[in-house]
Design a protein around this ligand. Structure first.
Ligand SMILES: Cc1ncc(COP(=O)(O)O)c(C=O)c1O
Length: 370
């Protein structure tokens, strides 16, 4: 097995991967039209459905793209031409959904909340009520990675059921990092990608879709081609092959990542991620920092931390200091509020966070920021 230098990625994905996932990509060349690859494809698809507890009523459409491709595929494939999607926006990824709809002329109604704040469900319900009959779907981000907020999936889904609309959830940075049950929460489309909490390589997005809902989209005149969800699904069903060339080696890595996910166990993975958040939170608060998002709304997968007031502070300098020592952190600007972000997802462990905190503190002391 090839062993690589271990970098601790505290950016919100692509996340750190294990050496076994990296090595899974070193395979003999294979044509993806071969049956052997078809079996691998179906096993990955079925296990993604299983990871979302969707075996009863859901399928999964995998696409060759980053996560945004999956969101784009979903929004442009499922909203009928004579209906609109209600988009709940409290961060950059909610806003991105609106931009995708604009680009393709998908009708949308926007509920905009200030970034960093929780959605106001009373306000949200007013939108459902005011646009009853006009909207067919509600779309929102589960873990809004811009700030680290967890939007209340079950409560929004309950509203969606009350007003008879289907749900589209961007769970890019929460799927496999916390328990998501598409059946229990009545989620029609759940989108994620291969390189975040599932701990695989970048290159595959996937949409876990309620099969009945997906089949109904046959009636919608296509606005897209490569990203048509139903066409991609039907082709795989019929031929055991991706409709277009898949990222072959990335799929082998994803197979291994999913195996490691089930070996670790969903609850244990969430417990590991949460314990890293708790370690980080305790020390960072002791050092005098404040967090942007209130604890009650926090997903505990990523933390937006207010920049220190000291004139000696520079994000780029801090980034470089940490990077040279094996830790990658991420900037984050929310309106006129400057933050930096620390994620605790991927193949990293409590000891990595302890090690990071020592180096972080060293930087702060060297620079006389604390
Ligand atoms: C919630 C959310 N949605 C969408 C995306 C976009 O994913 P990608 O950069 O893979 O296209 C991200 C990326 O971090 C994300 O966190």
């Amino acid at each position: 097995m090839i062993q690589t230098k271990r970098n601790i990625l505290l950016n919100p994905g692509p996340a750190t991967t294990t050496d076994t996932v990296k090595n899974a990509m070193v395979v003999p060349d294979i044509c993806p039209r071969e049956l052997e690859f078809g079996e691998l494809t179906l096993s990955v698809r079925n296990d993604l459905i299983k990871a979302a507890y969707g075996e009863k009523n859901h399928t999964c459409v995998m696409l060759t793209s980053s996560g945004t491709g999956g969101v784009e595929a979903c929004l442009t494939s499922v909203v009928p031409h004579n209906k609109k999607v209600l988009i709940l926006n409290n961060g950059a990824y909610g806003e991105r959904m609106q931009k995708i709809c604009d680009a393709y002329n998908v009708g949308h109604i926007d509920y905009n909340q200030k970034w960093g704040l929780a959605l106001d469900l009373k306000e949200v319900e007013k939108f459902f009520k005011a646009h009853q009959g006009e909207i067919s779907h509600v779309a929102f981000i589960h873990h809004e990675t811009t700030v680290g907020i967890l939007n209340p999936m079950s409560a929004i889904s309950t509203l969606a059921q009350k007003y008879r609309v289907e749900t589209i959830v961007d769970a890019m940075s929460s799927f496999a990092g916390m328990m998501i049950d598409v059946e229990k929460d009545n989620i029609h489309y759940l989108v994620s990608s291969s390189n975040k909490c599932i701990q695989g390589m970048a290159g595959i997005s996937f949409v876990i879709a309620n099969l009945k809902s997906l089949l109904k989209t046959k009636e919608i005149k296509a606005r897209n081609f490569y990203f048509n969800l139903l066409e991609n699904h039907l082709y795989l069903e019929k031929n055991k092959q991706f409709l277009f060339t898949p990222p072959v080696q990335t799929l082998y890595a994803l197979r291994q990542a999913i195996t490691e996910y089930f070996e670790e166990g969903p609850e244990q993975r969430f417990a590991r991620y949460s314990s890293m958040y708790e370690i980080m939170k305790k020390r960072v608060l002791e050092l005098g920092f404040t967090f942007l998002v209130e604890e009650k709304d926090h997903a505990k997968l990523l933390t937006a931390i207010m920049d220190p007031k000291s004139p000696n502070y520079s994000f780029n300098e801090m980034h470089d200091f940490l990077f040279e020592r094996g830790f990658t952190i991420y900037p984050g600007k929310v309106g006129d509020v400057n933050t930096f972000r620390l994620s605790n997802i991927g193949a990293i462990y409590p000891q990595d966070i302890e090690d990071f905190l020592k180096v972080f503190e060293e930087y702060l002391r060297v620079k006389k920021i604390i």
